[in-house]
Ligand binder design. Structure first.
Ligand code: ATP
Ligand code: SKM
Ligand code: MG
Length: 215
């Protein structure tokens, strides 16, 4: 897909995410936006994107870099239910999973002050999109071909069972408008390892809340 938005200089290529790799690092965390209904999205960053895009991997790296906690709503659902996401889909169906997910997302957005990764389908719910509006949302924008080519990109993801290629193209088409709607910044993952994606995401999200100078 297209370039990152808003624009940023590409980070140096490399392996692990270095601490404070750019001038925006180490700044005071941005103020969280007040929503019209008075609620606050507490996390410093919320990651959305296709299943297997890298939300959990990248989110962990961002949290490590910032020295804040990482939380993942898929893990919250699993620990709350005492079952894996795959078991929940198999036993209660997708509808029941989405109910649990909606509640888990709402709770995590209200409670968690670090970096938060959402499940890939969380943005399909309109109330969830309403909660995310105006928040520090990062779209981890992986192309279908990338996800399919990744080891660990498809396995264990119930919605991708069967013809993973067809399912992923379908999900990508359905969800593209939702990811676009909620994202404050979009980080294409093509040609970047997870550490590079995390570095660009941090840079963009910190700059996005920085006050404008000299205007
Ligand atoms: N930028 C990247 N380049 C290559 N591989 C990556 C990248 N980011 C993550 N991965 C790998 O892709 C796989 C999926 O990553 P991850 O589990 O973080 O995705 P996810 O978006 O959290 O998926 P889900 O929506 O199912 O929770 C993992 O094996 C991870 O190591
Ligand atoms: O994209 C999706 O709909 C999903 C992604 C995962 O994070 C899990 O929430 C679950 O496998 C469903
Ligand atoms: Mg995940």
């Amino acid at each position: 897909m297209g370039a990152d938005h808003p624009s940023v200089d590409p980070p140096a290529r490399g392996g692990r995410l270095a601490r404070h790799p750019d001038p925006s690092a180490g700044r005071r965390p941005p103020a969280r936006p007040a929503r019209p209904d008075g609620a606050r999205v507490r996390p410093l960053a919320v990651l959305v994107g296709l299943p297997g895009a890298g939300k959990s991997t990248v989110g962990r790296l961002m949290a490590e870099h910032l020295g804040v906690g990482f939380r993942d709503t898929d893990e919250d659902i699993e620990s709350g239910a005492g079952r894996s996401v795959a078991q929940l889909f198999a036993q209660g169906g997708e509808h029941r999973f989405r109910e649990l997910e909606k509640a888990a997302v709402r709770t995590a957005l209200a409670e968690h002050a670090g970096v938060l990764a959402l499940g890939g389908g969380a943005v399909v719910d309109p109330d969830t999109r309403g909660l995310l509006a105006g928040g520090p949302v990062v779209h981890v924008d992986a192309e279908v071909r990338e996800v399919l080519g990744r080891r660990g990109g498809v396995a264990g993801r119930p919605l991708l069972a069967g013809d993973a290629t067809a399912r992923l193209w379908e999900l990508a088409a359905q969800r593209a408008p939702f990811y676009r709607e909620v994202a404050r910044v979009t980080v294409p993952t093509r040609g970047r390892d997870a550490a590079q994606v995390a570095r660009v995401a941090l840079s963009l999200i910190l700059r996005s809340a920085a006050p404008l100078r000299g205007r």
